[in-house]
Design a protein around this ligand. Structure first.
Ligand SMILES: [Zn+2]
Length: 415
């Protein structure tokens, strides 16, 4: 199976917005840009909501049927490891191997020595100027990189072969994710990680590094945008060079995770992929849930009350909700409105505070991030929430499509 040049992760926590999401991909096609939809829902989301991976394929297929989608699509077992992969084998054909937990685990001395021997050509000398002008590295640095990553790549290899044994070679797409690591990877690290991936014979088609700066869920990028742009270009060059050097799949491309709402770096990403003719995968899903909350609020009456109830629940359980997301959430608790205050808000006020529009002067990223985590509360509400979201479909659906197409796909791939 081969993933196209441009692909975009879609999906929604409650499996109700499939058609609205696919509509955004169809709109990209109308604008002349082919984007492959990849439906994703992580093990963490399934666990918190109480859903099974099979439900994602059902949603994807039913959206494809009703929208008469004839292109390919994939279902992504997102951020899986050896402990949970078996739940995903049957319904998925895209596997995101999460090796982050194994980064920094000691690798046998012999493995590191072998790696250094194979990497001699890149130590000192001018070969790495393919990645950045005048770039050279010494053996110590390569040794340190090998020491940090070899065990993780080995674990990814085990996981890959476990999937192959069940699904057969070439029957799925492989992504490697190292984005949930403690520290960002430099372009040089990315290059040597790809060398290790090649030695481990994992035919990855996408790789998700951790970039510098913060990629908090559902809000904008925080960090040095120029630095990001520079490193992102070097990452693309590192991948291109690694493909040639190590015989990795010709369509190997970069994958940006937690890509929702990173509006301030979309321009840099767009320019870089165009400049190098590179492919790109972007993984987003989380903000569709926020469109559901906004749609409930905007529908007013009892629906607005449900949106408030979700906030109130999230507010009272903030410690529990933030825990699994500690690396990717930055909430300033002093800036969260009290539930008693929110209780007085009208539909528009609720939507203004939630909507990610920096220019409005009314947007509150803390409120937005907490609601982002509030999907667990909605999941516990069960039928009450599901029915309400279904009843507000006429408001939610078009907003989901517009959010994904206008605010994400267009600036990233098209403009
Ligand atoms: Zn990720």
């Amino acid at each position: 199976m081969i993933l196209g040049d441009y692909s975009f992760g879609i999906g929604d926590r409650f499996g109700q917005q499939g058609e609205a999401l696919l509509a955004a991909i169809i709109e990209a096609g109308r604008a002349g840009v082919e984007v492959t939809p990849v439906w994703n829902k992580s093990h963490r989301e399934h666990t918190l909501i109480g859903t099974k991976p099979a439900a994602v394929r059902v949603e994807a297929q039913s959206a494809a049927d009703s929208m008469m989608w004839e292109g390919v699509y994939f279902v992504d077992a997102d951020h899986i490891n050896l402990k949970n992969v078996d739940n995903f084998i049957e319904s998925c054909d895209f596997f995101t191997l999460d090796a982050a937990d194994f980064i920094g685990r000691p690798a046998p001395r012999e493995d590191v020595d072998n790696f250094i021997e194979g990497a001699e050509r890149y130590i000192e000398g001018s070969v790495l100027s393919e990645i950045s002008d005048n770039l050279t590295v010494g053996e110590d640095l390569v040794r340190a990189i090998a020491g940090r990553y070899l065990a993780a790549i080995k674990e990814a290899g085990k996981l890959y072969r476990h999937i192959v044994a069940k699904k057969g070679v070439s029957n799925f797409i492989t992504e490697l994710s190292i984005d949930e690591a403690q520290a960002a990877q430099t372009p040089i690290e990315l290059f040597f990680i790809l060398a290790a991936v090649s030695r481990e014979e994992i035919p990855i088609q996408t790789i998700a590094p951790k970039f510098s700066g913060r990629f908090n869920k559902g809000v904008d990028y925080e960090g040095d945008i120029e630095r990001f742009a520079r490193e992102f270009e070097q990452d693309l060059r590192a991948i291109e060079f690694a493909k040639r050097e190590f015989g990795l799949p010709a369509n190997l491309k970069i994958s940006v995770h937690s890509g929702s709402d990173k509006f301030s770096i979309y321009g840099a990403i767009n320019r870089a992929i165009k400049k190098f003719g590179a492919g790109l995968h972007v993984k987003t899903a989380g903000t569709t849930w926020l469109e559901e909350v906004a749609g409930l609020a905007l529908s007013g009456g009892e629906y607005l009350e449900i949106a408030k109830k979700i906030y109130e629940g999230a507010y009272s359980r903030i410690d529990e909700l933030t825990k699994p997301y500690a690396e990717v959430i930055d909430i300033d608790r002093d800036k969260l409105p009290l539930p008693e205050v929110v209780a007085e808000w009208g539909a528009k006020k609720f939507d203004d505070e939630l909507r990610h529009d920096e220019s409005s002067g009314r947007y509150n990223p803390n409120f937005r991030q907490l609601l982002h985590l509030g999907y667990k509360i909605a999941a516990e509400m069960g039928k009450e929430f599901i029915d309400a979201a279904a009843e507000c479909k006429r408001i939610i659906g078009p907003n989901v499509t517009e959010n994904i197409y206008q605010r994400h796909i267009k600036p990233i791939f098209i403009e």
